[in-house]
Design a protein around this ligand. Sequence first.
Ligand code: ATR
Length: 274
Amino acid sequence: MKKWYAVLGDPIEQSMSPFMHDHWFQENQIDATYIPIHVTSERLKETVDSLRMLGCSGWNVTVPHKQAIIPFLDGLEESARIMDAVNTVFRTDDGRLIGANTDGQGFVKSLEELFGQRAQGPVLIIGAGGAARGIAFALKSAGYGPLFITNRTVEKATVLAGEIEGAAALSLAEAESRLGEFPVLVQTTSVGMNFAEAGMPLDLSRLDSAAIVADIIYNPLKTELLRSAEQVGASTLNGVGMFVHQGALAFQKWTGVYPDTKKMNETITMKVGG
Ligand code: ATR
C-alpha cells in the first residue's frame, strides 16, 4: 500500500520539505508521498492522534511545534531527548511513535560534505538557542572542538557550555577579540535571516582568512556574515546543506535509504536563489 508522510507547522506554505521528499521518493522508486499540514498549536494533539489513527508512516515537525509535540509521542530517541525538541517522527514495527531530532547531525554532515577533515580545531558557536544546542551536541559527539559558545545573552551560553564537557562560554566582546583563534565559526542565530534582524551577530574584523564560516540560515543564501567572511578570503557554508541533510536523515529513518544530497543541494539553492 502507498505510504504517506507529512510535515506539521504553522506557517507551512513556505516549507520545501514536500518538494524534497517527494523528489527523493520518486528518485528511489518508493511508492510514497509527503504532504504539508498546517497545524495551529491548539490543534496539535488532535492532529497527532489523527495521524496515528489514519496510519501516517512518519512526519517532520517544524516551528512552533518541535517541543510541544513531545508529550503526544510514545518515546524519544536520544537526539531528541538531548535537544528537548523533535523534528522527525517515525513508527516502530509495533506501531509506537518515536520522536527524533536530525538537525544537529544534519549540520555536521553538511560541514563534512563540503570540508571533509578540514574543519579541525576550536569551534566558535554563535547563539545559544535550540539550534545551537543541537549543533553543539552533534559537533561534540562527532569529535569536533574544543567548543566555545558566544551569545548576546551570555548567561545562556554559560548554561549550554556547562552541559558539554570541555566547552566554554565567551561574551560577544571576548569572542570578537579572540576571533583569530577559531578556524571554524558556526552562526546559529536568526540575525541575517530574511524578514528577521538585519546585520551580523558579531564583528568579523579579526577573522582568520583561513577560517571556515558556516551560517545555518539558507534564505538569503548569503547572509551579511557570509559575505563579510568571503571578503577576507574565508571559506563559507550556508544553511542549505543542513536543511537537506536533516531531511535526508529523516528519509533514512523512514525508508532505510540515504538519498542523494548533492543534487538536492543544487536544486534547493536554485529554488531559494530564484
Ligand atoms: P532557535 O531554535 O532558532 O535556535 P531560539 O532558541 O529562540 O531559536 O534561539 C535564538 C538565538 O538567536 C539565541 O541565541 C538568541 O540570542 P539571545 O539568547 O540573546 O536571545 C539569538 N538572537 C535572536 N535575535 C538576536 C539578535 N537580534 N541579536 C543577537 N542574537 C539574537
